[in-house]
Design a protein around this ligand. Structure first.
Ligand code: NAD
Length: 433
């Protein structure tokens, strides 16, 4: 099939590349001229493991191309994906201006019977709004499908190619055939394509992200209780999570969730519910707990060094909101850097992939180190923020000789407290007795 993907970010670029790899002819569109110019030169604007290899192969084999000319790409396509961003608006609801401007562009451009697939995360009712916007501009036949994306940054290719499920909101049997044709190659291991109505598909994505955010805030709150009563959350997590109804996956305490999805999607769901006259009390609590959790290590540093942190130097390991991505949106590292530097601390930070992105976000509030050892040299404390693999097995003896004081704050509970303490360090984790 001929496919056009509008929006060439984490989702659009991965989806476009994977669809090309499944044998379709794909044109990826973006209104960011620099991004498209770079992609045409073979430069990939994001860090996503495995993406470069597949992308370059499909460009070479002429199944994948990049353009800023949306109308031309739409005219050539049978299926048009909308994968632009839906950031939080001022009131927390999803800002749909990108989605609607693409819908208008599609409506002006359509020349053939087409399927418009909304991949962006959008509130209930957006498919109807996109359908009306396109219909107001064309008499050509088309259908609108809600097809939310569930990929995880850092494992995006695998998630797209081997999804747990594919959610497709559409009513028309011919459109179902098109979607079946597109996704059948991904469903050979019997994972289902779940067909449903547009509104249910739209809400499914928010329900999934809201539940995952809830798990994180839940175990973070239990971690706080563990500290207060002298229990160890790592034991509690395993004990509770071993119940198959609960599960151990995605059940780790830390210093709060971030990223481009959970924070904005929780807020948008709350706003959708408000508009419908429903107060989502659990979601309010999830957000509140998360904002407290992002402050946890600022509080811990203050408890250890005092309110005035002038002269205190902190080494940070990890900046991205999670490992295996360079995405810095809503990363807990930003809250930490802001909170510590506001009290006078200085910071040297190191991240394997996210330093360029981080420079845009935190500017000169931190020095960007050349390596993990450079980051801890002369530091009074090391804070582990993001659990990249290369941080998991440090040589504590060597690190101890580089630091001014031997203090470790482990924001992801990846170190063994006893081993760290045996090397003469003070150790602070999250919810560990
Ligand atoms: P992103 O910000 O990385 O990329 C969006 C791209 O769209 C940008 O390159 C931007 O230049 C482009 N764009 C914006 N308006 C445009 C327009 N009018 N015409 C052409 N291009 C335009 O965003 P993302 O992380 O890829 O997310 C896209 C959507 O997918 C969001 O709704 C998000 O919630 C959802 N989603 C994201 C993830 C994730 O892990 N990032 C996972 C699942 C779903």
């Amino acid at each position: 099939m001929r496919i056009c993907v509008v929006g060439t970010g984490y989702v659009g670029l991965v989806a476009g590349t994977c669809l090309a790899d499944l044998g379709h002819i794909v044109t990826c569109v973006d209104n960011d001229v620099d991004k498209i110019t770079g992609l045409r030169r073979g430069e990939i604007p994001i860090y996503e493991p495995g993406l470069d290899h597949i992308l370059h192969r499909n460009v070479r084999e002429e199944r994948l191309s990049f353009t800023t000319k949306g109308a031309e790409a739409v005219q050539a396509a049978e299926v048009v994906y909308i994968a632009v961003g839906t950031p939080s608006g001022a009131d927390g609801s999803a800002d749909l201006s990108g989605v609607m401007s693409v819908a208008n562009m599609i409506g002006d451009a359509l020349v053939r019977n087409s399927t418009v697939v909304i991949k962006s995360t959008v509130p209930v009712g957006t498919a109807d709004a996109v359908r009306s916007a396109i219909a107001a501009r064309t008499s050509v036949q088309f259908d609108v499908v809600s097809n939310p994306e569930f990929l995880k940054e850092g494992a995006a290719i695998d998630d797209f190619m081997k999804p747990d499920r594919i959610v497709v909101g559409c009513a028309n049997p011919e459109t179902k055939d098109v979607m079946n044709q597109l996704y059948k190659p991904l469903m050979r291991t019997s994972n289902p394509i779940l067909f449903m109505d547009n509104r249910s598909a739209e809400l499914t994505k928010y329900a999934a992200n809201a539940f995952l955010a809830t798990r994180i805030s839940f175990i973070n709150e239990i971690a706080r209780l563990c500290e207060a009563v002298g229990a160890d959350v790592e034991q509690v997590r395993k004990g509770a999570g071993s119940d198959s109804r609960i599960g151990l996956r995605f059940f780790f305490p830390g210093i709060g969730y971030g990223g481009s999805c959970f924070p904005k999607d929780v807020k948008a769901l709350v706003e959708t519910a408000k508009d419908a006259g429903v107060h989502l009390q659990i979601m309010d609590a999830v957000e509140h707990v998360n904002s407290l959790q992002k402050q946890l290590f600022v509080e811990r540093v203050v408890e250890r060094f005092g309110e005035d942190l002038t002269g205190v130097h902190i080494g940070l390991w990890g900046l991205s909101f999670k490992p295996q991505t360079d995405d810095m949106r809503e990363a807990p590292s930003i809250v930490l850097i802001d909170g510590l530097t506001a009290r006078g601390a200085t910071i040297s930070a190191y991240d394997p992939e996210a330093m360029e992105e981080a420079k845009h976000m935190v500017g000169d509030k931190a020095r960007f180190a050349t390596s993990r050892l450079d980051a801890v040299t002369g530091a009074d404390a090391l804070i582990l923020v993001t659990e990249w693999r290369e941080f998991r097995n440090p040589d504590w003896a060597e690190i101890g000789t580089l630091m001014r004081q031997r203090i470790v704050l482990d924001g992801r509970n990846i170190f063994e407290p006893d081993r760290v303490r045996q090397s003469g360090f003070e150790y602070f984790g999250v919810g560990r007795s």
